[in-house]
Ligand binder design. Structure first.
Ligand code: PMP
Length: 413
């Protein structure tokens, strides 16, 4: 069958790309046709090193046959069936067990969805309902943090601390208050003012899309102390930082602060299937388990068997191949190189934890990103930061090439 556009991609204007200029012609995008390990191929045969693990998600590298086989085997056995009451299936049970066993809340429960945005919106709803179930329905205020990114559904859009992403959509979800991203005293002031009406706080332990910002000293501990003092909940959005990225299974463990809920997506399957969810800690789970009400939220594809099979296999591969420790090694390699480049004045500085790092340029990163693309390395510019978040299977030689191509692409400010 012919649709009429196969021969000339330039003439197809059907696809509306996310986070892109709607007027940009389809032919101006880089068309990726194949991927293997850390290498991507475009339709001209040019290769790139994927220094961003696609969009911060591909922990185990591309083209892993074990994953493809596990997903295919699951699809052949049970393509899909929902898990709303009264149904369940083994892939969903196994995924929930595997995820909570590596999380800092191994006695918690695991809600499943397909995207980070679904996980975030569910976590925000659960935080408010927790208080309602505890007889405190007036606790509706949710704190967000400047620079935060929490997806693009209504809750996540409102929870964002990146203003341009919130603008232009009309009225958002009520009762959100923004706090300073580095100074926990600001959160302390908000708690002093609204403490008995605050349902919870959502933050990434290391802010990713907002520019790769590890927490300032004492920040996460401060949020934990304030939420406990005031009876509010703490949710860490670990959509980027989960599944080994920062040198522990979760950044909660890296930074030593345990929240009440964790949202996850991306690295849980390394992107081979869309899977996300919320790890619900024991305190919150107790409130839901002891209420008579049913949990009236969820998605058709909550616990999709193929996605769950991908999650279980991915976690097993990360464990078996030592990729959590590899994230620390990758981070140390970037940090050593970036420190030397900072001393030499090539870059202005750097920040990051484990295998999520940013080089800080002396100028906006868009031009450097473009030249790096031409040089065969994919990074992500965020203002003057260039984000690096490679697959945890990347070799030392590949990491060195990513850095060398960056240096060759930097022009004097
Ligand atoms: N939370 C965080 C911390 C994220 O980085 C992202 C995606 N970059 C999301 C939520 C949203 O995930 P998704 O795009 O899968 O909806």
């Amino acid at each position: 069958m012919s649709w009429g556009w196969e021969d000339d991609v330039m003439t197809s204007s059907a696809l509306l790309h996310p986070f892109a200029d709607p007027a940009k012609p389809e032919g101006d995008f880089v068309k990726i046709v194949r991927a293997e390990g850390t290498t991507l191929w475009d339709d001209t045969g040019k290769t790139y090193l994927d220094a961003m693990a696609s969009l911060w998600f591909c922990q185990i590298g591309h083209g892993n046959r074990e994953m493809v086989d596990a997903i295919g085997t699951q699809l052949a056995q049970l393509d899909s069936h929902h898990i709303f009451d009264p149904f369940t299936h083994q892939p969903a049970i196994d995924a929930a067990e595997a995820i909570r066993s590596v999380s800092p809340m191994p006695d918690g429960r695991v809600f499943l969805g397909s995207s980070g945005s679904e996980a975030v919106d569910t976590a925000l709803k659960l935080m408010r309902q927790f208080h309602r179930l505890n007889g405190d329905p007036d606790r509706q205020i949710l704190l967000r943090r400047t620079r935060g990114y929490h997806g693009t559904n209504w809750g996540g859009t409102t929870a964002q601390g990146i203003e341009p992403n919130r603008d232009g959509w009309g009225d958002l979800v009520p009762h959100f208050v923004e706090i300073d991203p580095d100074d926990v005293e600001d959160a302390a002031r908000v708690f002093a003012e609204h403490g008995d009406r605050i349902a919870g706080v959502i933050t990434e332990p290391i802010q990713g899309a907002g520019g790769v910002f590890p927490p300032s000293d004492g920040y996460l501990e401060g949020l934990r102390r304030l939420t406990e003092q005031h009876g509010a909940l703490l949710c860490f959005d670990e959509v980027i930082s989960g599944f080994g990225r920062t040198g522990s299974w979760f950044a909660s463990q890296t930074y030593g602060v345990t929240p009440d809920l964790i949202t996850f997506a991306k690295g849980v399957t390394s992107g081979y299937q869309p899977l996300s969810g919320v790890v619900v800690g024991r305190r919150v789970a107790d409130a839901f388990e002891s209420s008579d009400a049913m949990l009236r939220t969820g998605y058709t594809y909550s616990g999709h068997p193929a996605a769950c099979a991908a999650g279980v296999t991915n976690i097993a591969i990360i464990e078996r191949d030592g990729l959590v420790a590899r994230a620390t090694e990758i981070g140390e390699r970037f940090e050593a190189a970036f420190a030397a480049l900072t001393r030499d004045g090539v870059i202005a500085g750097h920040r990051g934890t484990g295998a999520v790092q940013a080089a800080l340029l002396h100028a906006d990163g868009i031009g450097t990103r473009q030249r790096m693309l031409e040089g065969g390395v994919v990074v992500r510019p965020i203002g003057e930061a260039l984000a690096f978040c490679p697959p945890l299977t990347s070799t030392d030689a590949e990491i060195d090439t990513m850095i060398d191509v960056m240096v060759a692409s930097i022009r004097p400010a």
